[in-house]
Design a protein around this ligand. Structure first.
Ligand SMILES: Cc1ncc(COP(=O)(O)O)c(C=O)c1O
Length: 326
């Protein structure tokens, strides 16, 4: 059938804004990861202990062996494992703050055996010839989608996915309080897990091609810098990059799990929602102490483009007032 001319309009969106037009589109970053490892015939992959379960689960049903490595308090590998030619190592650009380490240390050392997971680092550019994953919905309002930059040429084309049924939480958040649509958001996340490897839907691809990424990067950079000024002296986190970046969040690391849980609850009372990276890290018996402490004591504070410096001040004031009185 030829393309339609005329008829009613689709949702009106700009074109030409995709920051990684060379990327292959998937329904999620985990799908891109699985497709990449299968196409490259990787037999063993080294993963950090500090990682969400979905990346591990994405390899279910393959024969790919998974080994785990530990990180230092700078979020860097404790030691660099030696890889055989059929192995790969996945490293996460944590909070979007570790791109210098990837460029200066990991990429020269592991070359094409390194897979960079930029799910938390939408604004960290891919390095030449290094396979790089993105999960744009951690940064912008889309329901699904993953990008793979520097894919192998033998990657089979996946069947398309459809996102039409996943817009309820996004549209609901425009009109109501977020709590009202949180269940719809969670159920979308679950359907993604069941969907398997699919190509990015046309609607997600169009939405991602319509976004003002330069403005978003500017807002995030300025919000992160502002929270650093307000909160760094109370923060045990030290793995900051040498220059300002458009990160995922402001990681606030406290000394103990109980104090962190109390602050998280206090923030919730003030309608400030803070995720946890990652509950499941605590369930794995082999998780080292430092990764356990990040799962329990690190609050990833929102710094995203919806918020101004005034919002960041409200966030910092709420935290500092709690710290003074507890
Ligand atoms: C570091 C990291 N990598 C990969 C993923 C998976 O991304 P997606 O949900 O797009 O598959 C996540 C999401 O939970 C993540 O936090």
């Amino acid at each position: 059938m030829p393309d339609a001319i005329g008829g009613y309009f689709e949702l009106e969106l700009r074109k030409g804004q995709n920051p990684y037009p060379q990327a292959l589109g998937f329904n999620s970053a985990r799908s891109a990861f699985r497709a990449l490892l299968v196409a490259r015939r990787v037999s063993k992959v080294h993963l950090p202990h500090y990682l969400c379960n979905v990346m591990q689960e994405a390899l279910n049903g393959t024969n790919i062996e998974q080994l785990r490595y530990g990180l230092s308090d700078e979020l860097q590998l404790q030691s660099l494992p030696t890889l055989n030619p059929d192995e790969a190592l996945l490293y996460v650009d944590y909070f979007g703050l570790k791109s210098d380490y990837i460029r200066e240390v990991l990429a020269p050392h592991y070359k094409h055996q390194l897979i960079v997971d930029n799910s938390q680092a939408l604004f960290s550019e891919p390095l030449p010839a290094t396979a790089t994953l993105y999960s744009p919905r951690k940064f912008v309002g889309v329901a699904d989608g993953g990008w793979l930059v520097n894919a192998p040429s033998n990657l089979p084309t996946a069947a398309p996915s459809y996102s039409q049924g996943r817009f309820a939480a996004l549209l609901g958040r425009l009109e109501d309080a977020p709590q009202q649509h949180y269940a719809a958001f969670q159920s979308c996340e679950q359907t993604l897990q069941q969907e398997g490897v699919k190509a990015m839907s046309a609607s997600t691809a169009r939405l991602l091609d319509s976004i003002d990424y330069a403005w978003i990067a500017q807002q995030r950079t300025s919000n992160l810098a502002h929270l650093r000024q307000r909160l760094d002296e109370h923060n045990l986190f030290t793995a900051w990059p040498s220059r300002p970046v458009a990160g995922l969040c402001y990681p606030l690391l406290l000394a103990c799990a109980e104090a962190t849980a109390r602050l998280r609850a206090h923030l919730l009372e003030h309608s400030i929602f803070v995720p946890c990276y990652w509950h499941e890290v605590l369930q794995a018996a082999a998780t080292p102490a430092i990764e356990r402490s990040w799962a329990q004591c690190l609050l990833p504070l929102p710094i995203d483009q919806r918020y101004s410096v005034d919002d960041m001040d409200r966030l910092a004031d709420t935290i500092l007032q709690h710290m003074r009185t507890s």
